[in-house]
Design a binder for this molecule. Structure first.
Ligand SMILES: [Zn+2]
Length: 134
């Protein structure tokens, strides 16, 4: 079990190193509804806060993947407006941001890599936001 954890962490570190070439130069909130990110290659990402929260990568929201097995917790039943309001955003080292939501949830760490992935998925799934499979 401990070995598994070390492997997952190691894999994460390697991933971050590969993507080290792309870094945000500016991160800001737009209209309290969207997160704007300008990358150092001049690319600009706009992600809706609701989408970011729904895709929170923390173990509580997404479950944990241990050696290809994903343990996904059930979706929370109680949805409050506070869930989608950002209270604070902090950068974590050189590789991620940590978002504190108004309902107190703040265990999600959004790496640059993950934010890029989300942007791509957001574009793809724009017409099916309420996909029951997600
Ligand atoms: Zn979470």
């Amino acid at each position: 079990m401990i070995l598994n954890l070390i492997l997952v962490k190691l894999n994460f570190v390697i991933k971050v190193k590969i993507n080290v070439s792309m870094n945000p130069v500016q991160i800001k909130l737009l209209d309290k509804e969207k997160l704007f990110i300008k990358w150092d290659d001049d690319h600009e990402s706009i992600l809706s806060l609701k989408y970011l929260r729904d895709e929170c990568p923390c173990a509580l929201c997404k479950g944990e993947t241990v050696l290809l097995k994903t343990f996904r917790p059930p979706k929370p039943v109680i949805v409050t407006p506070e869930m989608y309001i950002v209270k604070n955003i902090e950068t974590i080292g050189e590789y991620a941001i940590q978002i504190t939501w108004k309902d107190g949830h703040k265990t999600g760490i959004y790496s640059w890599d993950y934010l890029n992935q989300l942007e791509m998925e957001q574009g793809k799934n724009n017409d099916q936001k309420n996909n029951p499979l997600l």
